[in-house]
Ligand binder design. Structure first.
Ligand code: ADP
Ligand code: MG
Length: 624
């Protein structure tokens, strides 16, 4: 085309496209859900803008927030059209080729090692999956602020942009035309596309239509001279006589002109999805399978893994909202890397069914940022700016309730895990689902998100006790398994007042510690804390269920009642005095008779309120 401007793809994008084109990846279906997801995002954006300015929607068909799919067998073309926000010329250049998203190279790497394309949407490069099935793609787009443009590329390192002077005006939105490869002709079958939309795009909140063919019986006047038609039907019939009889009867009863029915193919827009949002339904009417599918579509994680747990609820009262929360099967790889400098929550915020944002920081505290899900509020105002929403007073209440529900949900994973000691009566534990599936779930949860629970104990004073219930660790008695504070307490010896713990690099190192000699011998249980964050944790977790925590490497350890201690102290008074005098005062505060040793002659103990030796080590290594 003579008005076309040429552009080169950014290098990473070009590489990604090469890999996609040459991929032998068998599940090519995924391109459709990526296109539908983009269409849905674009519709969300224009709907959001229309909250403060109705004009942006336009009139007539242009104002309909819908997605349309059309097939053209002759041209071997599949097209998908939305009436979303559309793209300006600049948007087309930036979004579809010249600027690589941050996830691009990460995804290229992943593709090269696993060959799995399934997560393309999560990395923000879903659009390019069109080249799994097409060798030539056109994107026609009209944004309210610009003219209509065509983007086109044969994925040969370059794309072209032209002002659109030949296609039908779109009004507003985007039409993507895929010129299908020879081996991808199955995507011209209506039944295939219907199946895919049902499978992957069930939870899209805008109507999806397909231009569907329909065989209909139409009555047409039968011309007298169309005898040839009748002859042919007669010749296949073995019961000529009956036909004759019926015909004559017809003729006798109706004196109307003769009619006959023929099959005709007509086309019409057929609706493929039901847009009743899952979170508006009553939880008892939603099946587990539906929640799992909803999770996949919400998170664009189309792997086979199921979320570990979910919670779907309605909050009533001053602040009304509905929410669905999920615990993903795996923590995102950068969960803690960005912990201190990002506040990003993974919850989508809706206000009265209208999508507002998925970058709303005020919904969950940082330590729960691993949760996925959505909140749909009836109380928040619709037609205000994001900034005003962010400052709205009811957000605090929403956050508080979400935290409470999230902690209940996590607690439930533990309670339903048959391997876990729930601390409740057996009959109080609500059991649901497959026992086998729940077995070991809490250990799995702990391995993925344990650190978040600890950070929660540090940061959230209000919920500290609730979070402490979720804490797991190994101990001198846990036999290589994880155990909880409730379990620890249930095993405490009579007369034991404190909860004993020790901190260090590893369990193996701690097991040999002289600090444990006497405690072990007397059969007291000691908790091992081996994560760097545990030192900080124990500065915040002072007590649990009325029991104090005692670091056994620190001064002030009391092990039960020791009747002989006064006697010992007196008889060794000379020795301790001499020793203290011999060592320099800056090195030691005190020399005492120890109650914690058995074989080891002496040990260095840190003061009760100072740093433990492990903390000194951590600070020197700056591991946190
Ligand atoms: P993502 O959807 O994760 O941002 P994609 O590769 O799927 O990544 O899409 C890239 C960008 O192209 C989108 O962010 C959006 O800006 C733009 N885009 C794609 N499809 C459409 C569309 N149908 N309407 C408007 N913009 C679109
Ligand atoms: Mg996308």
């Amino acid at each position: 085309r003579n008005n076309a401007e040429k552009f080169e793809f950014q290098a990473e994008v070009s590489r990604l496209m090469d890999i996609i084109i040459n991929s032998l990846y068998s599940n090519k279906d995924i391109f459709l859900r990526e296109l539908i997801s983009n269409a849905s995002d674009a519709l969300d954006k224009i709907r959001f803008l229309s909250l403060t300015d109705k004009e942006v929607l336009g009139e007539g068909d242009t104002s309909k927030l819908e997605i349309h799919i059309k097939l053209d067998k002759e041209k071997k073309m599949l097209s998908l059209r939305d009436r979303g926000i559309g793209m300006t010329k600049e948007d087309l250049i930036k979004n579809l080729g010249t600027i690589a998203k941050s996830g691009t190279s990460a995804f290229v790497e992943r593709m090269q090692s696993t060959g799995d394309l399934n997560l393309i949407g999560q990395f923000g490069v879903g659009f390019y999956s069109v080249y799994l099935v097409a060798d030539y793609v056109e994107v026609i787009s009209k944004h309210n602020d610009d003219k209509q443009y065509v983007w086109e590329s044969k994925a040969d390192g370059a794309f072209a942009i032209s002002e659109d002077t030949w296609n039908e005006p779109l009004g507003r939105g985007t039409e993507i035309r895929l010129h299908l490869r020879d081996e991808a002709q199955e995507y011209l079958e209506e039944s295939k596309l219907k199946e895919l939309v049902k499978k992957y795009s069930e939870f899209i909140n805008f109507p999806i239509y397909i231009w569907a063919s329909k065989e209909v019986d139409v009555e047409v006047p039968a011309d007298e001279d169309e005898s040839s038609d009748e002859e042919s039907s007669d010749s296949t019939s073995s019961e000529e006589g009956e036909d004759e009889a019926e015909k004559s009867e017809d003729e006798d009863t109706e004196k109307k002109p003769k009619k006959k029915t023929v099959k005709e193919t007509t086309y019409e827009w057929e609706r493929l999805n039901d847009v009743k949002a899952i979170w508006l339904r009553s939880p008892k009417d939603v099946t587990n399978e539906e929640y799992v599918k909803f999770y996949h579509s919400l998170t664009k994680d189309f792997s086979d893994e199921k979320p570990m747990a979910w919670s779907h609820f309605t909050a009533e009262g001053d602040v009304e909202f509905k929410a669905v929360l999920f615990v993903p099967p795996k923590a995102p790889h950068n969960l803690y890397q960005s912990y201190y400098n990002s506040n990003k929550s993974n919850l989508k915020l809706y206000v009265r069914r209208v999508f507002i944002s998925d970058e709303f920081d005020e919904l969950l505290p940082k330590f729960l940022s691993f949760l996925m899900g959505l909140v749909d509020s009836d109380t928040l105002p619709l037609n205000v700016s994001r900034e005003m929403l962010q400052a709205h007073s009811s957000l605090k209440t929403i956050k508080k309730k979400l935290v409470r529900k999230a902690l209940d949900m996590i607690r439930r994973i533990a309670d339903e895990d048959p391997d876990e000691f729930s601390g409740k009566d057996e009959k109080d534990v609500e059991k649901s689902g497959d026992e086998d599936e729940k077995k070991g779930q809490y250990t799995k949860f702990w391995n993925e998100y344990g650190k978040s629970i600890k950070l929660g104990i540090i940061e959230d004073a209000t919920n500290r006790n609730r979070l402490a219930k979720l804490l797991r660790f190994e101990s001198t008695k846990s036999d290589g398994k994880l155990t909880s504070l409730d379990q620890y307490i249930s095993r405490m010896k009579s007369g034991q007042k404190d909860i004993f713990y020790i901190t260090g690099i590893s369990k193996e190192q701690l097991e040999k510690s002289p600090f444990l000699e006497r405690l072990k011998k007397k059969n007291y249980e000691v908790i091992f804390f081996t994560d760097p964050v545990d030192e900080y944790l124990m500065q915040y977790l002072m007590d649990y269920e009325g029991k104090q925590f005692q670091n056994v490497s620190k001064d002030g350890l009391k092990i039960g009642k020791d009747s002989k201690s006064k006697e010992l102290k007196d008889s060794f008074k000379e020795l301790t005095k001499w020793w203290k005098g011999t060592l320099k005062t800056e090195d030691v505060d005190e020399v005492k008779i120890s109650n914690r040793l058995d074989n080891t002659p002496c040990v260095v103990v840190t003061s009760k309120f100072g740093w433990s030796a492990n903390m000194e080590r951590l600070m020197q290594a700056q591991t946190l």
